[in-house]
Design a protein around this ligand. Structure first.
Ligand code: SF4
Length: 471
């Protein structure tokens, strides 16, 4: 096979999209103009289906139908999207996050097996379901459970898969035996589990399974030419595909090279046979002859490499915090949209049980600013009210300069949050970097504005000299 080695990007600009739209600016899509809609199509906040006239006209006019088909083709992601239950994987457009963004975070599955006793099975499943970690304003969770058929007994596998389905998480079903897989699918096919795996030995049976039960399938093969051939056959038959180029703990360099080659060939080379999500199995670390903790460390290492490049779904063994914490945090950071500042919800927060005498502070909803201010107040044992202004996730200095932190917005948040009913004073402490808004905010709100320090770490000392206010 001739693997692609050059640099090429699929061209996508709003103008290309605009040429395929009705260009009537009718606003049925909710945007003021077709050009604005086109821009949202490009950043994937709108879809062709959101333009109703296009679909209405395509039914009557073959030229418009052709344009619609072109638009769908142009706007479909480079890597196919695959649903595992209600979980979407794949759907990426670029090799590097900074070129656009990555859309669907790598899905984390944790294994159980059908020869486990009930207690152990319940403990592992419950751990996956219950795990949550608060990080930058939201809870991070684990995605699903991978059930391995270690009994090679169809009835046993079916019964354990049924039990695991009761935990309500997306599932990967693991068996190379088509009979065991069929038995399990008869029980849970409507939940759309990912089946693992079709190989060069069983692929005909697995192709039938994926078509009969309409479930996504993993194709496992180290040789990329063979992988491509099998993927082409499955794709032609209409299957929803995940590619597993085989994760080798003793051949990480080769695994890495296969994964890079797969994704480059799909995105840069436009090879649609290989443009599918990639499966990585950090659990392969448990093949290493080492103690449990070392295996878990090794598993974390493999996951970290392929979170960066280009694992879309992973199967783990270790549920230890020292495996989950680094991997889930890395995943969150890689899949944060670089086009949108990280932000928290705007509104009013009470810090350390404030009373009606407590000072009222204001800051922006840029996550880093918010968490710094909130933590400085909380750890300084300062009782206070904190107004969090929606500046689109922009920090204080830039939002003041850019017109996102304004006197009228401050008035708006005072009214919306009802802070006037919670306090017996009308003093607002603004950040030092917003000092130039002091007069405008006083005029707009009738609150007296005190200019606080530039650094929220100095609020405690500042309060000692300035609170309660002297006048
Ligand atoms: S609905 Fe379609 S035709 Fe109407 S403004 Fe939106 S993109 Fe243009």
């Amino acid at each position: 096979m001739d693997w692609y080695g050059g640099i090429k990007m699929k061209l996508k600009s709003p103008l290309e999209v605009y040429r395929l739209l009705p260009q009537t600016n009718c606003r049925e899509c909710g945007y003021d103009t077709c050009m604005s809609f086109a821009a949202h199509i490009i950043d994937r906040t709108a879809k062709p289906h959101d333009c109703p006239p296009l679909f209405r006209d395509a039914e009557k006019n073959p030229i418009i139908k052709k344009k619609l088909e072109q638009l769908i083709e142009l706007t479909s992601p480079e890597i196919s999207e695959v649903m595992i239950g209600n979980l979407k994987i794949g759907g990426e457009d670029v090799l590097h996050r900074h070129e656009l963004t990555f859309f669907n975070p790598t899905a984390f599955f944790y294994d159980v097996w059908d020869t486990m006793d009930d207690k152990e099975l319940d403990e592992r499943c419950s751990k996956v379901v219950e795990y949550k970690k608060f990080y930058v304003g939201r809870f991070l969770t684990l995605d699903g459970i991978a059930v391995r058929c270690t009994s090679n007994d169809a009835a046993k596998f079916k019964s354990v898969v049924k039990k695991v389905a009761g935990y309500g998480k997306p599932m990967v079903l693991i068996s190379l035996n088509p009979e065991c897989m069929r038995a399990a699918l008869e029980e849970v096919a409507e939940l759309k589990p990912l089946i693992y795996a079709a190989t060069e030995h069983n692929w005909r049976d697995f192709l039938k399974l994926t078509l009969d039960f309409k479930v996504p399938v993993t194709i496992r093969e180290k040789n990329l030419d063979k992988l491509k051939n099998m993927a082409a056959t499955f794709k032609q038959a209409g299957a929803s595909i995940v590619l597993d180029p085989v994760t080798e703990p003793f051949g990480l360099k080769e695994t890495y090279e296969r994964v890079i080659q797969l994704r480059r060939t799909a995105i840069l080379g436009g090879d649609k046979d290989l443009a599918h999500p990639i499966m990585i199995t950090p659990i392969a670390a448990w093949l290493v002859n080492a103690d449990k903790v070392s295996k878990a460390y090794w598993e974390t290492l493999i996951a970290s490499i392929f979170l960066v490049k280009y694992g879309d779904v992973m199967i783990f063994r270790s549920l230890e915090p020292y495996t989950i914490m680094p991997t889930i945090t890395l995943r969150t950071n890689i899949y944060t949209d670089p086009r949108t500042p990280v932000q928290v919800e705007a509104g009013l927060r009470g810090i350390n049980n404030p009373t009606s005498d407590s000072p009222v502070f204001i800051t922006t909803n840029f996550a880093l600013t918010y968490y710094t201010v909130e933590s400085d107040l909380a750890s300084g044992n300062i009782r206070g009210w904190l107004l969090v202004l929606d500046t689109g996730g922009i920090c204080v200095e830039a939002s003041v300069a850019g017109g996102y932190f304004t006197a009228s917005k401050v008035k708006g948040i005072i009214e919306r949050t009802g802070i006037e009913q919670k306090t017996n004073h009308r003093y607002l402490v603004i950040p030092g970097l917003a000092a130039r808004l002091q007069g405008a905010i006083e005029d707009e709100t009738n609150w007296k504005v005190l200019v606080g320090p530039v650094d929220s770490g100095r609020i405690k000392g500042w309060l000692e000299n300035n609170w309660p206010p002297k006048e």
